[in-house]
Design a protein around this ligand. Structure first.
Ligand code: UDP
Length: 328
């Protein structure tokens, strides 16, 4: 089966592409390389933007694409608060172009990378797929809007979708070929590891007065390879059963910011200096997934459910590639 992967040069996209290739899929990556890395892709590649609908349609046709796993999006909460215009344009107009190009070319299957940010401030922990979705930032809203668009494209045009709502993703591929490299980096684990390497002087704790045991935010961390695996299970289930569905993806365990830093100290053997700062706007105190649905229905089970192992996998990548893909 030939799969188009928009955003396949990004962090989660490139890890999913490697898994797809390992399992015998033919893959073509589409990426505008605004954030993605050409060096992260070792298969057919087209540099293009989802805002160019004609080009997307041409690529689907030329490559005889049968399914799409869609990662191409802007994904920073803080940036989305300042630039809702470009977030809605890239994530929703771009997504709509992709769906229309799929409709034009008879492509019926779409796996979509969504987010825990669709839930906003959760009422219940762990969060279930059926819980209310009230995003507190434009990023989460753009993803929720696109989930709704897909629902109606399914009803009207029979384009099936699998929505995967990710929690916090971390780690790197076991081959050492690819890993996490954002510019600017905003995520906790890579920043903590850059501090351990001495690339940064300290790590700032965004709020130490939350209503949690140690006062810092709690998140649910999932390894990027486990996430990639879930995309393929979702694709195969969607195609074989010709159905749409929605799944949370996390490990079901919460770790505070301080616990992550302590785990990183243990893994790296480095001291890692911290500085207390104000809360980051839009951060809910606790986000923990229930992934029971995907475990039961698709028999997904995370291979990396120990936080030290997840951090160790990221640590290997950062140690080997302190300048990310610029070292490659
Ligand atoms: N965080 C922090 N300092 C940083 C970066 C992140 O304290 O320099 C906190 C952030 O407030 C959140 C958690 O770490 O509670 C995870 O943040 P990240 O940006 O990695 O992922 P998010 O939860 O926003 O998807």
């Amino acid at each position: 089966m030939k799969v188009l992967v928009p955003g396949g040069a990004g962090y989660i996209g490139s890890h999913t592409v490697l898994e797809l290739i390992d399992r015998g899929y033919e893959v073509v990556v589409l990426d505008n390389l605004q954030k993605g890395h050409r060096k992260a892709v070792d298969c057919e590649f087209v540099q293009a933007d989802l805002l160019d609908k004609d080009k997307v349609s041409e690529i689907l046709k030329e490559h005889k694409v049968e399914a799409v796993i869609h990662f191409a999006a802007n994904s920073l909460v803080g940036e989305s608060m300042e630039r809702p215009d470009s977030y809605f344009r890239n994530n929703d107009v771009g997504g709509l172009n992709l769906l229309d190009a799929m409709k034009e070319n008879g492509v019926k299957y779409l796996v979509f990378s969504s987010t825990a940010a669709t839930y906003g401030e959760p009422e219940n922990i762990p969060i279930l797929e059926t819980d209310p979705t009230i995003p507190t930032n434009p990023y989460g809203e753009t993803k929720l809007v696109f989930e709704k668009i897909m629902k109606w494209y399914d009803k009207a045009f029979g384009i099936k979708h699998m929505i995967l709502r990710y929690f916090n993703v971390a780690g790197a591929h076991s081959s050492g070929r690819i890993g996490e490299d954002h510019d600017p980096e905003t995520h906790l684990i890579p920043l903590v590891l850059k501090t351990a390497l001495g690339i940064r002087e300290d790590i700032r704790l965004f709020g130490t007065d939350y209503d949690t045991e140690d006062g810092t935010c709690i998140r649910d961390y999932i390894h990027v390879t486990d996430l990639a695996d879930a995309h393929i299970l979702a694709l195969e289930n969607m195609v074989s059963k010709n159905r749409s569905n929605i799944y949370n993806l996390g490990n079901g365990n919460g770790f505070s910011v301080k616990q992550i830093i302590d785990a990183a100290r243990e893994v790296t053997g480095c001291s890692i200096k911290t500085v207390n700062t104000d809360r980051r706007p839009g951060d809910p105190p606790v986000l923990i997934a229930s992934s029971e649905k995907i475990q039961k229905e698709l028999e997904w089970s995370p291979k990396f459910n120990d936080i030290n192992t997840i951090i160790d996998s990221a640590w290997k990548w950062h140690k080997e590639n302190p300048k990310g893909f610029n070292d490659k």
